[in-house]
Design a protein around this ligand. Sequence first.
Ligand code: GAL
Length: 422
Amino acid sequence: MRFSRRAAVAVVGVAALLTATACGSSGDSGGGTGSKKVEVFTWWADGGEKAGLDGLVAQFAKDCPGQTFENGAVAGGAGANAKQVLASRLQQNQPPDTFQAHAGAELLDYINAGQVQDLSADYDTWGLKTAFPQGLIDNLTVDGKIYSVPANIHRANVVWTNKKVLSDAGITDDPKDLAGFIADLDKLKAKGIKSPLAIGKDWTQLMLFESVLITDLGADQFTGLWKGTTDWTSAPVTKAITDFKQLLTYTNTDRDALDWTDAEKLVMDGKAGYQLMGDWEAADLDAKNFTGYGYFTFPGNGATYQWLADSFVLPKGANNADGTKCWLKTVGSADGQKAFNTKKGSIPARTDASPADYPKYQQAAMADWKTEKQVPSCAHGSACSQGWQGAANSALGAFSTNQDVAGLQKALAAAAQQFAKK
Ligand code: GAL
């Protein structure tokens, strides 16, 4: 028997079985070999995220007649809920047919635990080794084997704006550095915008903090934090925490109860002028028909592209390996990447895409991706393992309440001590 998905239902309230193709086989219980259902486990349940997934599903329906898509999405930004449900399913040996995993350290967790299968031979068959940039292939490879197919590249260090809110306060230019950003936040406050910088709970605070770290440490030292070569107890980290603390004074006080979409709503409703968030926000604002937005790289980050990549795996013990392989082939294909990324706010992981097919934001991101310095993200698994991410999220969550600079630095240094690879 397949996993009942009761846990998923409890989280999202609904777990619909969606048929992706008219050719899909019916009457299949999904159990055992011979299944024609591909359960795709993500946290893309709504808005731009769902629109991206729908694009991929439509392509899958064309590419994989006879197979049906089963939506295993568990709502909650950054997989806050999904990852828990997934962990318990993997532990019980009841994996979905495929699941979303971030390239880099997060994927390594699943590889080290022996939970995902080697796809190297499929990479050869599908011609994927040359389709993706070498750096990304390196992030997916362990001991010469490749374990997942990347769907995209997202950018994390972007500030999204409500243009009208800014222009009403006389703000017409993007801030060049942190001091300029704070001056603009003050202008918004003076105009009666009480919480001009919208933010949500722990992982969204970690994202803002990581952006401040990039500004205060520079790209190389920032990357070194996750490689064990930059000291978490150093003075620049103290400065970053102090700057971050100052930024929090401009944020909504109910932040710890909000997901990223709730904070995004504050921007859309004109209650805030800014939000730091990954570029899934472009897709989500588009999906919600909010046209009055602008964006810029977090002030002081310079030409630094903080990247993360969603990739899909073939778990050990998947019920429908053939159908899953067809899904993975679609994910890695030029058509699949276009169907997905034009709606998801991300850029294709493949290097052969044509920018003209993409919305304006992604066209700019595609150009930046080629020229800017790339740094990974802990909040989205490219920089740190899930254990480290959990420790960082809870340290940020505690700081949101206690504002203890030394305490946060100590907790982050202890997490690095525990999780950084020696
Ligand atoms: C990230 C994921 C993105 C987006 C975001 C917000 O971890 O890579 O695709 O879904 O979470 O939920």
